[in-house]
Design a protein around this ligand. Sequence first.
Ligand code: KG4
Length: 361
Amino acid sequence: MQVINNNSTETMENHSISNKKKQNIIILGIESSCDDTSAAIIKDGVILSNVIASQKVHEEFGGVVPELASRAHQQNIIPVVDRAIVRAGISKSEITAVAFTRGPGLLGSLLVGTSFAKAFALGSGISLIEVNHLQAHVLALFIKEKEMVQNAPEFPFLCLLVSGGNSQIIHVHDYLHMEVIGQTIDDAAGEAFDKCAKVMGLPYPGGPHVDRLAQQGDPEKFVFAKPRIPDLNYSFSGLKTSFLYFLRDKLKENENFIEENTADLCASLQHTIIDILLNKLRKASKQTGIKEIAVAGGVSANSGLRNALAVNAKKHQWNLFIPNIEYTMDNAAMIAITGYYKYLNNEFAEQSIVPFARTQL
Ligand code: KG4
């Protein structure tokens, strides 16, 4: 089990964020871990702007090309930050600190955001805050749309973090104290969506296309392999292989099989992924006795997953929290809110800091 805590010298007492001045703290958040360049402004935990420039350049390759992603970040970063500041209606000089994604992610992409944030902090004479991208996905639940309005889980809660690179169940003790109690041993849920979608000839990223097409299909039409993994861990590589072999065999009998069954294939695939995810989430809730349940990460935009979570919440008396869809995908608002809590907790980074492609939670 791992604990999210980037500062090994800090003590548990430091996690109770209480005594620092909490007014007029304006955080600029920068996200560049993969193929979205994003900048956001958060004031005292309330979102003022969240600008995201997605990179269309990868579509024709069926996946993110790291070299192209870095170049696109380099082109996008200044206009995106500029727009975020303008939209927030603040001036650059009002920014208290700049928070950036240190990792995990593509190193070349992370370097663009990290270098920009360091230069911005140095040039403006403000604090620099490093953010773990995964921790930020969880803290997206705490972004306030308006002052005083917050519908966020109470500590401790369980968070199902499902994105393109991760599938984890996290025991969240506090804003900056999180424990991974289950995780994938191979592919992530988002990868399973994307890779299976690619086999069906759907555009990248496939998750949203599968979601859309699944709405017209029969989730029980086809049955795919489910993993038998101990504890609270996940595995999705078997499902991907099972899907691939199933299609290969069917295509031998009928070369139009995919076109004729796309909706049912998508619905059955999505149904299987959701079943795998919820099985372990229920087990985690039972084991820990925690009924405060949240979901985060790009895959949490999936309508089938949201419905299944709502059904489970009713059945098992969970208090369910799902972030605003805008904050489920990679975005800088989640980086800024994490920066805000780290600022309150006096967790700052040095100018010598470097990004990590694989950081631990
Ligand atoms: O969190 P995210 O934006 O990036 C990472 O940090 O990985 O997640 C991206 C993933 C992709 O795999 C994408 O296909 C998936 O989230 N995704 C979806 C949906 N929207 C995005 N998967 C299923 N259904 C969706 N509606």
